[in-house]
Design a protein around this ligand. Structure first.
Ligand SMILES: C[S@@+](CC[C@H](N)C(=O)[O-])C[C@H]1O[C@@H](n2cnc3c(N)ncnc32)[C@H](O)[C@@H]1O
Length: 214
């Protein structure tokens, strides 16, 4: 018996307009190369957040090959994005796609570790999209808070770790228990953080939307 959530996903895929063909192509390339990219329901969601908020400045932590960057720019084409990734090959591919789509002038691409970026960053952002390695999420909370403008929004993908935060089967224990501990620690720290108002959404692989409230 298929559960409510899976049914909703299948139904929404049939009614929701798909991405433009050029963006579908970036997705196809990513899937073919086994490069991690956001799911389409996350893409639709982050585009809507950007359309509603029209952030002047966006920080994307873990931009990969630009799939999510493009979803955000579809929602708010005038935003300026700082897009970071530690993987040089992906950053180069990201640049090529941004040149092809015509959005390259809106994006400052940085091939570095987010942790290093934060060490000498003096910019403030209206929106931060955190989509890097889950085990690093908790360690970047303070840096994200510091460089978010008051009222700004932090959106985080994969806070359910493909369902693993709900519990692991015995054969998953060895491989995933450290990751689960990290993601749970992140979720709990965010939920209790006095500077953020949080909403955990059972969309995609679990999305956290947090607003800086002080
Ligand atoms: C899930 S992928 C990003 C997918 C991308 N947001 C998209 O949907 O197209 C995660 C990316 O984060 C990068 N990454 C992981 N940890 C990082 C860190 N600490 N600093 C910078 N980049 C990181 C990886 O190289 C990888 O390309």
């Amino acid at each position: 018996m298929i559960d409510f959530y899976s049914q909703a996903l299948i139904y929404l895929e049939s009614v929701q307009p798909s991405a433009p063909a050029w963006l579908e192509q970036i997705k196809e390339d990513g899937l073919a190369q086994k490069v991690p990219i956001i799911r389409d329901d996350m893409g639709v969601f982050i585009r809507m957040i950007c359309a509603l908020r029209q952030p002047e400045t966006i920080l994307e932590i873990g931009c990969g090959i630009s799939y999510a960057t493009h979803w955000m720019l579809l929602g708010s084409p005038r935003s300026r994005v700082v897009a970071i990734d530690s993987n040089q090959q992906r950053v180069e591919q990201c640049k090529t796609y941004l040149e092809e789509s015509g959005y390259i002038d809106r994006v400052e691409l940085r091939n570095c570790w987010a942790e290093d970026f934060f060490k000498d960053n003096h910019q403030y952002f209206d929106l931060i999209f955190q989509d890097s390695t889950k085990k690093g999420y908790a360690g970047m909370i303070d840096q994200c808070y510091q460089c978010l403008k008051p009222g700004g929004i932090l959106v985080v993908d994969n806070v359910f770790f493909n369902g693993k935060v709900f519990g692991l089967t015995p054969d998953q224990e060895k491989k995933y228990s450290n990751g689960v501990v990290s993601v749970r620690a992140f979720n709990e720290k965010m939920a209790k953080h006095p500077g953020f108002e949080c909403s955990f959404l059972p969309l995609s692989d679990g999305i956290l939307v947090a607003q800086r409230i002080r």
